[in-house]
Design a protein. Structure first.
Length: 227
């Protein structure tokens, strides 16, 4: 029997599916209301607890939590679990936005507030809407998809230009070289697009970059109010 794929089956029950999508959006808005300031951390689900990257993710999430930032992840294992664990240690809100998968993905145990979505695009909205900064840990296709979507939303001014921090320069070097040597060289992006990115190799660098940007925005906001 041929396998059915979700998007290809839309025509079978379009109206009812729209109600379910709206329901997911409403649930997300209700449950996530008031969690700002928050930071979304993306990364691979395939990182094990013994991987140094797991400990580094946990450390930076805990440090950010100690500064008062709530942490949002995709709710799964790997770096998502590590980030939620760090947030839980800091005593801030540890948000896990899980997704239904053909191979069931359970929300990790360190998320103190979790939502499971059926539709990826609704989940993506929630990961972006409430974030003050985006931290992109090493990952695979899902992480790349989330990174390029965030950059596209900023490039097209659909969301404010928050910090997008790429963790581990060695991991991202090939991607950045390709962007500059091929994509920029052909004129498909602009030099200014690189201003959206920051590179960090240590948790301390991530925390410093987020804190500096947040303080700067608070100062700008206060000046605007007093005018």
């Amino acid at each position: 029997m041929p396998q059915e794929y979700e998007i290809n089956q839309l025509a079978k029950e379009e109206s009812w599916r729209m109600f379910r999508i709206i329901g997911e959006m409403v649930e997300g808005f209700d449950k996530l209301s008031g969690i700002e300031p928050a930071i979304s951390i993306y990364g691979s689900a395939r990182v094990g607890p013994d991987d140094p990257l797991y400990a580094q993710t946990e450390d930076l999430a805990r440090r950010l939590g100690e500064l008062g930032f709530n942490i949002i992840t995709g709710g799964g294992p790997g770096t998502m679990e590590a980030a939620n664990k760090g947030a839980a240690q800091a005593g801030v809100k540890s948000i896990g936005l899980n997704i239904e998968m053909p191979v069931e993905q359970e929300c990790n145990p360190y998320a103190t507030r979790s939502i499971t979505f059926k539709h990826f695009f609704v989940r993506k909205v929630m990961l972006v809407k409430y974030a003050t900064a985006f931290i992109i840990m090493p990952g695979g296709l899902g992480t790349m998809d989330e990174l390029t979507e965030v950059l596209t939303l900023m490039q097209t001014q659909k969301i404010r230009p928050f910090p997008v921090i790429l963790y581990d320069s060695g991991f991202w070097k090939g991607f950045l070289d390709w962007l500059r040597g091929t994509v920029l060289a052909r004129g498909y992006i602009s030099e200014e697009d690189f201003d959206l990115l920051r590179i960090c190799d240590e948790p301390e660098g991530v925390v410093e970059a987020v804190q500096k940007w947040y303080i700067k925005q608070e100062v700008v906001g206060r000046k605007a109010i007093t005018r």
